[in-house]
Design a protein around this ligand. Structure first.
Ligand SMILES: [Zn+2]
Length: 243
């Protein structure tokens, strides 16, 4: 992906930490889509506090974590195969198994709504993971949204992010500052990871074409350009779910 395209893709997908958290407390499956349309993305993989309160997916007696899914019929076969590749990628490195839903009560319902978004963690019953045909059909985005559904938040929302990222508040588009709020994440002894598929791009939510985040201590380090889950992303899934 070219850098430009990457930025574009990032822009289309992501959700702010708070917006996703808002979704995470909504009761129905129709999310408040107040943010996905124009921004960024890449994200994070830090466990949300809800994982301590029951939003994790259950573990089966065989040690696997089965997460049922449905995929809407409106995708082309190419789009569907990219989505399926993202779903199956978890089985290569974690104990999470996304499986086609039969009659399970709780499941993720993958569809092309507006923007790329997901609730954080298991909500109960059907929960939408939106992978918009316009801008969300990329391997990294599929993994990103699935990580949200498993209970992870954006990297730059991590409780320890101030040691690694300086938020340049003056460059953030007005009204979107909350996308950079910190969350009391459970970091599971894993390091802050600039290469996480959950790390926002440095121009995320910029209102003036200047960076909204600067890495610490080296301001020239690149970040937010992951094309797939990093080792730490995988490690976090395995630690959170005790794979
Ligand atoms: Zn996200």
């Amino acid at each position: 992906m070219s850098a430009l395209r990457c930025v574009f893709v990032l822009l289309l997908f992501t959700l702010s930490c708070r917006a996703e958290r808002r979704r995470s407390v909504r009761k129905d499956s129709e999310p408040l889509v107040i943010d996905d349309i124009a921004f960024d993305s890449e994200l994070d993989r830090n466990a949300d506090p809800c994982t301590s309160r029951g939003c994790m997916w259950g573990k089966s007696s065989d040690g696997k974590v089965y997460v049922p899914y449905t995929i809407a019929g409106h995708y082309t076969s190419r789009e569907r195969s990219i989505i399926e590749r993202g779903l199956s990628s978890f089985s290569e490195s974690t104990c999470v198994r996304f499986i086609a839903r039969t009659n399970q009560r709780d499941y993720i319902n993958i569809q092309s709504d507006s923007g790329c978004y997901s609730y954080v963690g298991r909500r109960g019953y059907s929960q939408t993971v939106s992978l918009d045909k316009q801008g969300c059909i990329y391997h990294s985005t599929v993994q990103h949204e699935l990580l949200h559904a498993l209970g992870f938040n954006h990297e730059q929302c991590r409780s320890d992010r101030d040691q690694y990222i300086k938020v340049l508040w003056q460059n953030i588009q007005r009204g979107w500052e909350y996308a950079f709020d910190k969350i009391n994440t459970l970091n599971q002894d894993t390091p802050y990871d600039y290469n996480s598929v959950m790390q926002y791009h440095k121009y995320a939510f910029s209102g003036n074409n200047r960076p909204t985040m600067e890495p610490i201590p080296n301001a020239n380090v690149n970040f937010g350009q992951a094309t797939e889950m990093s080792k730490n992303d995988i490690l976090r899934v395995n630690r959170l779910y005790k794979c």
